[in-house]
Design a binder for this molecule. Structure first.
Ligand code: ADP
Ligand code: ADP
Length: 224
């Protein structure tokens, strides 16, 4: 079954910039794909279209209907390169925010925030403030905040690009372990060929702007 399908999708911004497409892309449920391509080819635009934060100029963006209880934010979790945490409140409150906005009761939301923090290795940091955390830890909080609503699809826009190599490698391994246990659909934008091949089952390479698909490569791994 498909999680996401884009058919003939283009995006022309108000200033006349043709940012994307036409793009055809189908992502299966549970698949982990990477999007690679030159700066400005429309990768972030594609993620915003999938997240329904922006409307296509033409074409169709379709998401699988969520099964089960209603999901806040179209069943999508979004992780950006900048963790954008609220500095004035605790890590737990930062992670709880999407549930609070969705009207989930406080006690349940706090418990789910703590669970999400544990899943990214930050069980002991729920009461800390963002300024007390390293860059890698802030990224983990951002990931926990994206996962706390139990989204069907996780969109990640160059999430680890600003981190040092060792922290980035640890996060790669932890993200991979998390994906193997959760089996969520992940669309991961990166400039790193290493990261794309290491993490994903499929690497989609885009052309220069306006981005279309140049190559769509299946990654075969021998590891479980
Ligand atoms: P990428 O993520 O691959 O670097 P983007 O999707 O951010 O590419 O941008 C694609 C193109 O669209 C770029 O030329 C960028 O400057 C332009 N662009 C992105 N967002 C907007 C916007 N809101 N208004 C106008 N132009 C935009
Ligand atoms: P849409 O019209 O599809 O809703 P927007 O024009 O609102 O998309 O742009 C989405 C985001 O991109 C906004 O937050 C905007 O501030 C930002 N943005 C605007 N211009 C540019 C640009 N030239 N390059 C990159 N991002 C931009």
């Amino acid at each position: 079954a498909l999680a996401v399908s884009l058919r003939g999708v283009t995006k022309v911004y108000d200033n006349g910039v043709m940012a994307l497409g036409p793009l055809d892309l189908a992502v299966r449920k549970g698949e982990f794909i990477s999007l690679l391509g030159p700066s400005g080819c429309g990768k972030s635009t594609a993620l915003r279209l999938i997240a329904q934060l922006s409307a296509p100029s033409s074409g169709i963006v379709r998401l699988a209907r969520h099964e089960g209880p209603a999901q806040p934010g179209h069943g999508i979790g979004f992780v950006f390169q900048e963790p954008t945490l609220m500095p004035w409140t605790s890590v737990r409150e930062n992670v709880r925010l999407p549930l609070k906005l969705a009207g989930v009761a406080k006690a349940e939301a706090r418990a789910r925030a703590d669970e999400a923090l544990a899943s990214v290795g930050l069980a002991d940091f729920a009461d800390a403030y963002p300024r007390e955390l390293s860059g890698g830890m802030k990224m983990r909080v951002s990931l926990a905040r994206a996962l706390v609503t139990d989204p069907d699809i996780l969109l990640m826009d160059e999430p680890f690009a600003a981190l040092d190599e060792i922290t980035r490698f640890r996060l790669n391994n932890d993200l991979l372990a998390l994906w193997r246990s959760l089996r969520k659909t992940v669309i991961f934008v990166t400039h790193s060929v290493f990261e794309s091949v290491y993490l994903s089952q499929r690497v989609v390479v885009m052309t220069a702007r306006p981005g279309r698909i140049q190559a769509d490569i299946r990654i075969e791994t021998v590891e479980p």
